[in-house]
Design a protein around this ligand. Structure first.
Ligand SMILES: NC(=O)c1ccc[n+]([C@@H]2O[C@H](COP(=O)([O-])OP(=O)(O)OC[C@H]3O[C@@H](n4cnc5c(N)ncnc54)[C@H](O)[C@@H]3O)[C@@H](O)[C@H]2O)c1
Length: 326
């Protein structure tokens, strides 16, 4: 049994559910701070006995005192901050998006400072970057210029600034990871969730159209979760912000991987014409300099594992047999 105590914000979400699963299996103790009450992603990935070991705090990240009180009570040694509203929600309600994504992040740093916790690991996003044609490189580096194209990206950029100032003024160290298109079980919402929805459709024998095409970086949710944990366990000085690479492939290769894992899906998974405006791929060599090797599951394996977990979940009644109307 480890004596690590993790405080995870937003861990009822996709990445957080994977972080929680890994931590519990390592013997760490976990407090989840999340406004939601829906444990379905945790239940999808874990056994009931594991979910029963989690300490839950249902509260709002925008409330400064509540965040500090919950963090204090958890006695946490490590913080991974994931709570956020994703692109469509920020677009629909920018003031709420700013409150959750920006003020929420300030609250986490402030609580860490007041409680003497010296390091915060948090999620930024490749949404801090601009259009693909603004960058000369094929694999965009950490230090390329930032030019967010939506409110969500602006809020993530603001958080990177917040982290820098907490290091400068208060010596609170931080590591941010910037994921791109995360896929895998529990990825069920957000702008880039449709490749995973196609994997679920394949597991159900349904047809599905992925909402975009083109090349981008696909990152398996379990790999990303384990990288967050590795960052939290790595003592760090400074306010580092790091891109993730993952599998940089065309969507046609994702469709091929789905068909390879589930041959009955052949011809049933299509892609819309839209392409994402962002650079095609990102360079994670700086992250490897501080963490060493980071988890990487090849795309074909990640897709096969995803479809297999979905099939098992459908058979166990954890997921409906058919897509319900959204
Ligand atoms: N999924 C991706 O592809 C991706 C890509 C880049 C960055 N990220 C970032 O990674 C982090 C986690 O992503 P995810 O896909 O797991 O997100 P998610 O949307 O699945 O989960 C976010 C969680 O935050 C919680 N939350 C929302 N408002 C809250 C509030 N006011 N107080 C407390 N909790 C609140 C939600 O209830 C949810 O459980 C986010 O910061 C996201 O912006 C995700």
């Amino acid at each position: 049994m480890s004596d690590e105590r993790f405080f995870l914000t937003g861990a009822l979400g996709c990445i957080g559910a994977w972080v929680t699963r890994n931590l519990l299996r390592d013997g760490a103790s976990v407090t989840i701070f999340d406004l939601g009450s829906n444990r379905s992603r945790l239940e999808l990935l874990m056994e009931p006995e594991e979910v029963a070991r989690i300490r839950f705090v249902q509260a709002d990240i925008t409330h400064t005192d509540g965040v500090r009180a919950a963090m204090a009570e958890s006695g946490s040694t490590h913080i991974i901050h994931l709570a956020a509203l994703q692109v469509p929600f920020c677009r629909a309600n920018p003031p709420l998006g700013a409150a959750v994504n920006v003020v929420g992040t300030v609250n986490v740093f402030e609580a860490a400072k007041q409680l003497g916790i010296r390091q915060v690991v948090y999620a930024s996003s490749i949404a801090v970057y601009g259009y693909a044609d603004e960058y000369a490189e094929d694999r965009v580096g950490n230090d390329a210029h930032l030019h967010p194209l939506n409110h969500y990206g602006v809020y993530k950029q603001a958080n990177e600034g917040t982290a820098r100032i907490y290091w400068q003024d208060d010596a609170i160290a931080s590591i941010a990871l910037r994921p791109y298109t995360i896929y895998g079980p529990a990825r069920d919402q957000g702008m880039t969730s449709t490749p995973t929805k196609a994997m679920l459709a394949a597991a159900r024998g349904e047809s599905y159209q992925i909402s975009f095409r083109g090349v981008n970086g696909f990152q398996y949710a379990d790999d990303v979760a384990r990288t967050f944990i590795q960052a939290a366990r790595t003592p760090f000085q400074g306010a580092g912000v790091y891109n993730l690479a993952g599998s940089i492939v065309d969507m046609s290769e994702v469709v091929a991987a789905i068909e390879a894992a589930e041959p009955s899906a052949a011809g049933r998974i299509t892609t819309a014409e839209a392409v994402l405006p962002f650079p095609l791929g990102f360079d994670d060599s700086e992250l490897r300099k501080i963490l060493g090797d980071i988890p990487f599951t090849p795309l074909e394996q990640g897709v096969a594992d995803t479809i297999s977990l979905f099939k098992a979940a459908i058979a166990a009644g954890k997921l409906p047999k058919e897509t319900l109307s959204e």
